[in-house]
Design a protein. Sequence first.
Length: 913
Amino acid sequence: MEKYFSPSFSFFLFFTNLLLVILLHLPTSLPITSLVPKCHEDDRSALLEFKESFRYPITSYTSRYFQTTSHKVKLEPWKLDSCGMLEGGEGNYCTWDGVQCDAESGHVIGLDICCTGLHASINSSSRGFLRLVHLRKLNLAYTNLDRSPIPYAIGNLPGLTSLNLSNCELAGQIPELILSLTSLSTLDLSYNDGLELVKPSLEDLALRLTKLEILDLSNVNIPSALPYAITSSPSLTSLTLAECGLEGRLPPSVFSLPNLQVLDIYGNDLSGELPTSVSNLTELILLDLSYNRFQGRIPRFSDTPQLRFLNLRNNMFTGAIPSSLRNVSKLEYLSLANNHLTGQIPSQIANLGQLTILDLSCNMLSGEVLLHKFLELKNLETLHIGYNDLSVLTSYNTTTTSHPSKLLAVSLAHCNLREFPKLLLSLQRLSVLGLSSNKIQGEVPMWFQNVSRQSLVYLKLSNNSLTGFEGNPVNLKWANLAYLDLSFNKLQGPLPAPPDSISIYLASNNRFSGDIPPLLCSMEFIEMLDLAHNNFSGVIPRCFSNLTRTLDFLSLNNNNLQGEILQVPGKNCSVRVLDLHSNQLQGKLPRSLSNCTGLEFLNVGNNMINDTFPSWLGTSTNLRALVLRSNRFHGSIEEPETNSEFQSLQIIDISSNDFEDFLPAKYFRYWTSMRESITEGQKYFHVVNTIRTSHRVFGNQSLMDIVALAGLTVETKGMEVKYAEILGYLQAIDFSGNNFRGEIPESIADLKGLRSLNFSDNNLSGPIPPTLGGMTNLESLDLSGNGLSGEIPQQLSQLYFLEFFNVSNNRLSGPIPQGRQFYTFKNTSYEGNERLCGVPLSRACDSGAASSPSYSRNQKGDSGTGVQLGWKGSLVGYAVGFISASVIGHRMMTSELDWFSNAVAFVEQRKWW
């Protein structure tokens, strides 16, 4: 999970970090102009040994706060041949950058190579710094130590008062000898996700290191409760334990630390109510308890006058927003989003004159809100009050405010708006604007098209009843727009072209018509284009081929497009998701699609494509889902040339075509991604929430990093569920409605991860393989409409998760298996097999066999069952078909309710290109 900040607060954090670095390491930056201290050979050789252990990266290290290009400048002068002589003249190691010496003894007491981006592995031959036994301060932050453990010899530095190994790629258990560093006042081991603190425990550390003032173990695995002993260090000013896996309740004693200024424990599993003693922290500046499970009422903050940052988002707090917040006059950041708060927004919030970020979204707040009151907060930059039950009043006149607004990001989503707020006219610096899920009707007015024309980057108008743009502009006027969401409206007529700066353009589920405008071909930065569920006609513009160099996601499904699928020029294809289903496309699949080596999802179902099986796509090592259903594909599926073809395939749907001959037994043997069930940690299609500072928005993220699911659902197991919940685990094969013949190959049983298997409506014969009973993850099995004979194997009763089973209209005989899931199947699962007997049929097994059934499959078509998990309709035909109809976000969009925080991060990210 991630946090987001406004530009000013990002600068505040940057400045705070920079100031902390300067204060902690100021002595190392001061040149020694007085008498040079004595040189010690042991210290000299230790420093040179330490230097030799590093590898210099080709490129500099870059983080959000640091961009280093001077690592060689920092360590290159470390070239002392012997004590007292430096290349080019006299001097000693005390003048080296990053080295601090004691003025009297000459021993090294400080070593700081922070933020150099150097690489090393701490092993027995590269621990020179551990021989600097007089060290008091050691800072290796942002140095890549290649997943090395913290060496036990760290205990040989008993004089350490400050140890910073943050962001060092360390791994393993924190050694027990760290407890011997009893002089430590600063300990920062944060953001080494391979580190864990189990033995010693967090309690051991708190009891032994009682002089700590600053403790940061963020992202270190600490699978325990927060111990009461954490208050054993009364001098603590900063306690940061974010994303550590902490659980249980927060000890009330934490709020009795008299000097505590920073308490940051976001992203854990802490629960319970917050005590009223939180107001005892009179020196508190930052409190972040977000992304936990705290509940109850938010306590009063009347006695925390220094508080500037308060983040309680994503918990389970109830009750009203405390009016006592009006007393926290220095508050700059306030987020109470994603809780269960009720009542009205206190009018006193308008008195918080220093507030820069206000996020009260996704609660159950009610009542009327005067939007102009927030404009009276002269420092406010981010406002998010969406997804409540508020009625926002947007009256406006030119004298509403006496100062220019600093607002950069505003979301009024789901605020019962019926028109565009004219108050927006006074906001000419906006980067992010969200007005989705309101009741705005009619045209987008001309004046709105001029709001923040030069600054707007992110605009979300989805889920309204908009019908068009006043003036029918060919081009939209926002000069720097990168994200535009017009989906789920009633927009009609030609599609307006966004500016060339656009990265993500979502216009699905509207009534746009006519040809897709060739003007879209000028979008040189486009990465995601969704025009699905409209009335576009004509052909796909040929110039779209040029967009494949930048496009990650293209969805044109459910339109009236004709002609052939576009060719992909050259080898520079970035497309990962291509969804063209439910059009009238003809011809063959272009072989140039093989140039899209990153292709993960291809859906051309429900068209008129006339081709053979695309075995040439088998070399696409990333292909997860292949949907060819309801076309004119024909011929046999030949044996694979290698054993690695379609090795990543998770879903294949070739139903309702004219394929013939035998089922592809060898392919079944080689589809390795279907052999094991997808667990939580192995999901191919998953949503992450990681900001990636790269030139491209999507970088090298996985498929569902690119896309996120919106509101469309499918029916499964008798209830509506979001497709994300299905796709997370679905592994499915649908070969139904073809002309396959012969027996079901035994190799199909190797695919033990399959959840759904559909061979219905073919010409298969022979027995049902008993080995299917070993496919223990199966939830849906449809073999109906074939010529299968023999008995239903008793082994199928071992399929404990089976919820849909259909073997109707075959030539089966004998008793129906009993027990477990088979008690739930109805007569319709077995009809058309006159020799079957036993429950649920009325025919008892001792009553004699009936004559052979007369069923024959004399026409091809959709069976109407498809791949099912106890569902109505075809999952692969419908659910997989929905992947791009419903998948309309980008990698940072974890849910419709979280869009705003990610939008701010999206805009911030672009500033670091």
